[in-house]
Design a protein around this ligand. Structure first.
Ligand SMILES: [Zn+2]
Ligand SMILES: [Zn+2]
Length: 243
């Protein structure tokens, strides 16, 4: 029971950071916030993703290319041009890694928004010490909660949380589900009520209106990340540009 609670807590914290900060802020600039809050959410994303922290600059470039070249051979992650989820993830990973080192060389008209950077944190997150630290911490938390040794296998899920969630959205969001808009790509809305990926699985809606903060367009669709963002907007922590 504790294992499940820990996994769920980590799942939704990590997911929120990816959806809210990496996707909607760093890649699409759907809202603004003060430099202080920007640092806060940058650090929160690092805490949430730990050993699999997704470099915001690299993530943002990949994602902007995904929108511009959706489901064409130039799309960094399309299930249409990949044999399997694993194959797609490996291709994404190699381009992502290349961009960490070479992002300054990118000359692509698809890349409009510039992601914030935090070199000290970004560089540390790429070291083996970072992985070592987080795995030890996860084991410590399991131990302190009296979790039985066979469940320590779940530490793999904690360790790859960011890429696992990204791969699910990239694969299923362009392969399985229904469409509200007839677009040239293969984007789908996978779940009518996307509780599992907090709104990220409304890929068809999101590809139709790439700058709208609310990914839910029908009465039965609920975008949980947007609902939390509305509250943050109300509290004047962020300023949403367009809903
Ligand atoms: Zn997007
Ligand atoms: Zn997409």
């Amino acid at each position: 029971m504790t294992v499940l609670a820990l996994l769920l807590f980590h799942w939704f914290l990590s997911l929120f950071c990816q959806s809210f900060f990496l996707h909607r802020y760093c890649s699409h600039a759907m809202f603004t916030m003060s430099p202080m809050w920007e640092k806060f959410f940058y650090f929160l994303t690092y805490i949430a993703q730990g050993p699999s922290f997704l470099n915001p600059t690299s993530y943002s470039i990949l994602h902007q290319k995904h929108h511009a070249y959706s489901d064409t051979p130039k799309d960094p992650h399309s299930p249409v041009h990949s044999k399997s989820l694993w194959d797609m993830s490996l291709k994404t990973y190699s381009e992502y890694k290349y961009l960490i080192e070479n992002h300054k060389d990118v000359k692509d008209s698809a890349v409009i928004n510039k992601s914030p950077i935090w070199p000290t944190l970004d560089n540390f997150a790429e070291t083996k010490y970072n992985i070592f630290f987080w795995v030890l911490l996860y084991m410590g938390v399991y131990y302190m909660n009296g979790i039985e040794p066979q469940y320590y296998l779940f530490i793999f899920i904690h360790g790859f949380m960011g890429p696992i969630q990204g791969a699910i959205v990239n694969w299923f969001g362009h392969k399985v589900g229904y469409r509200n808009y007839n677009l040239n790509d293969n984007s789908k809305n996978t779940l009518p009520f996307d509780f599992a990926l907090m709104g990220e699985l409304y890929q068809n809606n999101h590809h139709r209106y790439g700058n709208k903060m609310n990914f839910a367009h029908k009465w039965f669709e609920v975008d949980i990340t947007f609902q939390i963002s509305r509250l943050l907007n109300l509290l004047k922590i962020i300023q949403i540009k367009s809903t």
